[in-house]
Design a protein around this ligand. Structure first.
Ligand SMILES: NC(=O)c1ccc[n+]([C@@H]2O[C@H](COP(=O)([O-])OP(=O)(O)OC[C@H]3O[C@@H](n4cnc5c(N)ncnc54)[C@H](OP(=O)(O)O)[C@@H]3O)[C@@H](O)[C@H]2O)c1
Length: 233
């Protein structure tokens, strides 16, 4: 049977390339997009590579998350892979105490609460299909060259969720794997299409990310750096 994956924020950037690679690997891909027009354009392009369908999904809106969960449960009960890719950076240059509560609510909603609600809603299908949740994340320790308060504080709970759910899946013998991948710097709209020797293309990032899905190894509970090392907290 064809495997089915949902990739959130798949209309551009890393998510689009993840969708493309999963199509190449034979997955049916539900292309999550919050905007119908951008979503339809991406699906039209992705159809060249395989079986792509649009799922309208705004992870900032819990009603939209519920609707997507209901649609997928009804129409794609075979879903076995959720890639929580949709994300926003907030203002990456703002000193922590200058962020407003509103800034933090916005980043935390998109980068953690939305993915949490979506993962929770789709968990029954993922359990039934012995599936996988893959979170796209970042290292969360503040560094002199990367100290983005709203962004890091919103991804920190996603990393904790990966380790915590992974531990509980194992303890409760739940046949689902959860992992997070931190691809390093990637040139996308999220960072103004940054350039540099150390910066990956979205396609290179997607190759790294999708390899952890296809490599046949058990990565449950792991938060994995682009160089393969694991985050230890
Ligand atoms: N770029 C990097 O250096 C880097 C490094 C590590 C991790 N990441 C992570 O990789 C993921 C993808 O980022 P990217 O670099 O590919 O950024 P991007 O090119 O800006 O793409 C972000 C995607 O997320 C979608 N999105 C934003 N808010 C959403 C919402 N409320 N509901 C649904 N979709 C939403 C965007 O849709 P619209 O087109 O509608 O805005 C877009 O499809 C993010 O989680 C990011 O944190 C990126």
């Amino acid at each position: 049977m064809t495997k089915t994956a949902l990739v959130t924020g798949a209309n551009k950037g890393i998510g689009y390339e993840i969708a493309k690679r999963l199509l190449g690997a034979g997955y049916r891909v539900l292309v999550g997009a919050r905007d119908q027009e951008r979503g339809e354009a991406a699906v039209a392009a992705l159809k060249t590579y395989g079986n792509a369908h649009l799922i309208l999904l705004d992870v900032a809106d819990l009603h939209s998350v519920d609707q997507a969960v209901n649609t997928i449960t009804q129409n794609h009960p075979e879903l076995s892979l959720l890639v929580n890719n949709a994300g926003i950076p907030g203002d990456m240059h703002q000193v922590g105490w200058e962020c407003t509560v509103k800034d933090l609510q916005a980043t935390h909603q998109v980068n953690f609460l939305g993915p949490f609600a979506l993962s929770k809603g789709l968990l029954p299908l993922l359990i039934a299909n012995k599936g996988m949740i893959q979170n796209i994340s970042i290292p969360i320790e503040p560094l002199p060259y990367f100290n983005a308060f709203a962004y890091s504080t919103s991804k920190a709970p996603l990393n904790v969720m990966t380790k915590s759910w992974g531990m509980s899946f194992e303890k409760e013998n739940i046949p689902v794997e959860i992992l997070a991948v931190m691809p390093g710097a990637v040139s996308t709209d999220l960072n103004g299409r940054m350039t540099g020797d150390f910066v990956k293309t979205p396609d290179q990032a997607a190759e790294l990310i999708v390899n952890f899905i296809l490599d046949g190894e058990n990565h449950n509970g792991q938060v994995i750096n682009y160089d393969g090392t694991l985050a230890v907290y």
